[in-house]
Design a protein. Structure first.
Length: 146
């Protein structure tokens, strides 16, 4: 399997479809995707296997850092290094735009994202229990190195 990562900042319908396929019980309102795409330095990357999108990462600038808003790989394609390729490309783009760190948020239910983030040098910077979701929000940050 040859994986190619491409930047496609305006493919919001494709982002919606793939995010809802990758993330359990997640619904992405189109309005929310449009609002996020208007934020400073919005970056949307897709991983392709041939012509099929199998993973994505989306983020934008927040204060003086890049923030990963959404990130996912189709379940049947996990464990093959696709998430790592997406993260590495996002980090590279962030560095080129002169950002010094990347933040993200995840939940306990997304253990694979948490483990992948830790393997890529993110550190946990905070934790907050969300009673309405009966889950913990985990805040992470990675300092980028040139």
């Amino acid at each position: 399997m040859k994986i190619i990562v491409k930047q496609e900042n305006f493919a919001l319908n494709e982002l919606k479809k793939l995010a809802e396929s990758c993330l359990s019980k997640y619904k992405l309102p189109v309005k929310k995707a449009i609002e996020r795409a208007k934020r400073k330095d919005f970056t949307l990357l897709f991983a392709f296997n041939g012509k099929k999108r199998i993973g994505f990462i989306a983020g934008y600038a927040e204060k003086r850092k890049m923030h990963i808003w959404l990130f996912g790989v189709l379940k049947k394609n996990r464990g093959k290094g696709i998430g790592s390729k997406l993260l590495n490309r996002f980090h590279s783009i962030s560095l080129k735009k002169d950002y010094k760190s990347v933040t993200t948020i995840t939940f306990n239910k997304y253990k694979e994202k948490l483990i992948l983030s830790l393997k890529h040098g993110y550190r946990i910077t905070g934790l907050k229990h969300i009673h309405a979701k009966n889950d913990d929000t985990i805040f992470l940050e990675k300092v980028l190195k040139k």
